[in-house]
Design a protein around this ligand. Structure first.
Ligand SMILES: Nc1ncnc2c1ncn2[C@@H]1O[C@H](COP(=O)(O)OP(=O)(O)OP(=O)(O)O)[C@@H](O)[C@H]1O
Ligand SMILES: [Mg+2]
Length: 437
């Protein structure tokens, strides 16, 4: 009985606060111009109150129901969850109590839990461990602030797909293979050390080959092709980390792959800190159906990644993420993933460079694999003159690419090669990035 009283009281508070919010936001007419009948009816229920709106009193149902409005309303209501319904009337369901961010435990990745060869690990949700299959997710965009766990999540996916043993993997990390080089000798894996175009071209070629196969066989889709021919074309997973570093020229191929890949068993997975217009073209982004956001600083970032607010409110904890999948928002704590040592490291390699030179390489890696004289000099505190000399020597030795120039003739700088990384003893890439923590 006492509980009921509290709920009625809370329902009134919520209704009152919501009403003021709607007036302030100009979503309904001000009080003196409101019709005589109420704006909404207040229906207290167990655990939640329902507000049933009079649609005629609303200025714009679309604006009222937009994710942005609902997010701000939820904030105005102290973090209470607001769920809407817009069938046979407009309803808000508002929880009496704010939902605390779930206290999610951090668990190590256990590949033995993989439900199928194409399932990849997401993390621990409030309902328990979550794995999703790539065909279900189709194509994925991952965003989030630096060092929050994007690449580590991808490592988990690569390891799971290798464990499953069915998919072919094309991996590109925007850092000349620093991250994914360690998987290069595994069967079914191609690590693209180029500026990203080689890998993309390769996948594109395979997609075209499959398109021809389907056309010859008169089949519309991969499952149908496999069913009729028994020829099991392996799913192709294209993982691009740091897509912001892809050259302009690669964007066109990428657009095509992302738009059509699904039909040919090609699953693109793209990660970047901020997938804004420059990093991921709108057309590409629009076609990436599954979205994952690690913590970000602003609502705007969350909108760019997820298409709705939320990621800015995540606890700033490594591995914490929000996933949009089948229209639902799921919070998870990504599994802890350990990294295998790369097979290709030569122990004596580390002695090839001096400590001073190694610090230049390290700086370039941190700068995304670009060896730009001015930046590298700045980061390491070395003189530009010396850095420039080293760069020219390394270019001659094949340790750095020649200066890359974009279409518009802008000099982009030299790129670090796998050879340089090995010479620097980072061939193991043994947590080069981790040392920065
Ligand atoms: N799920 C996790 N649980 C615990 N620690 C994690 C998790 N994910 C990442 N970390 C830690 O955070 C560090 C940074 O992670 P990661 O390199 O994946 O970040 P990132 O988002 O890719 O960063 P950047 O934008 O700089 O590439 C890792 O080296 C690891 O130590
Ligand atoms: Mg990363």
């Amino acid at each position: 009985m006492g509980e009921m009283m509290v709920e009625v009281h809370t329902a009134r508070h919520i209704a009152d606060r919501t009403w003021r919010f709607l007036v302030q936001r100009n979503l309904v007419d001000p009080p003196d111009r409101l019709p005589a009948r109420p704006l909404f009816y207040v229906l207290p229920r167990r655990e939640r109150v329902i507000l049933a709106f009079d649609p005629l009193a609303l200025k714009s149902v679309d604006r009222l129901l937009s994710p942005r409005t609902l997010h701000h309303l939820s904030t105005a209501l102290g973090g209470r969850r607001v769920v809407t319904m817009n069938s046979r009337g407009v309803f808000f369901q508002i929880a009496y109590w704010p939902t605390p961010s779930a206290p999610l435990s951090s668990q190590p990745l256990d590949l033995a839990q993989q439900p199928s060869p194409l399932h990849v690990p997401i993390g621990v949700t409030k309902k328990g461990p979550l794995w999703l299959s790539l065909p279900e997710m189709d194509s994925v965009l991952i965003g989030g602030s630096r060092r929050m766990g994007k690449t580590r999540l991808l490592h988990g996916w690569v390891q799971a797909l290798l464990h499953g043993g069915e998919a072919m993997l094309i991996l590109w990390d925007g850092k000349g293979g620093v991250e994914f080089g360690r998987y290069a000798d595994r069967p079914g894996v191609v690590v693209d050390p180029s500026d990203g175009r080689e890998g993309l071209e390769r996948v594109f070629a395979e997609m075209s080959r499959r398109a021809d196969l389907f056309q010859q066989g008169g089949v519309p889709s991969l499952p149908e092709y496999v069913r009729r021919t028994g020829d099991r074309l392996p799913p192709l997973v294209l993982i691009l980390d740091e897509v912001a570093f892809l050259p302009e020229e690669a964007q066109e191929v990428l657009t095509d792959l992302v738009a059509k890949g699904g039909a040919f068993g090609v699953y693109p997975v793209l990660a970047t800190q901020r997938p804004d217009a420059q990093a991921v073209k709108g057309l590409v982004r629009a076609n990436l159906s599954t979205r994952i956001a690690f913590p970000v600083p602003s609502v705007h970032d969350s909108m760019v990644i997820l298409g709705r607010p939320g990621a800015e409110k995540l606890p700033k904890r490594k591995g914490r993420l929000l996933l949009i999948w089948e229209g639902r928002l799921v919070e998870a704590q990504a599994f802890r993933v350990s990294l295998p040592d790369a097979g290709a490291v030569r122990p004596e390699a580390a002695t090839l460079l001096t400590g001073r030179e190694r610090r230049l390489v390290e700086a370039a890696v941190r700068l995304g694999g670009w060896f730009r004289i001015r930046q590298v000099a700045e980061v390491t505190g070395e003189s530009r003159d010396w850095v420039n000399k080293v760069a020219r020597r390394w270019e001659a030795m094949g340790y750095l690419t020649p200066v890359q120039v974009n279409e518009r003739g802008h000099r982009l700088g030299r790129r670090v090669t796998e050879g340089l990384l090995q010479a620097a003893g980072f061939g193991g890439q043994a947590n080069l990035a981790d040392e920065a923590d």
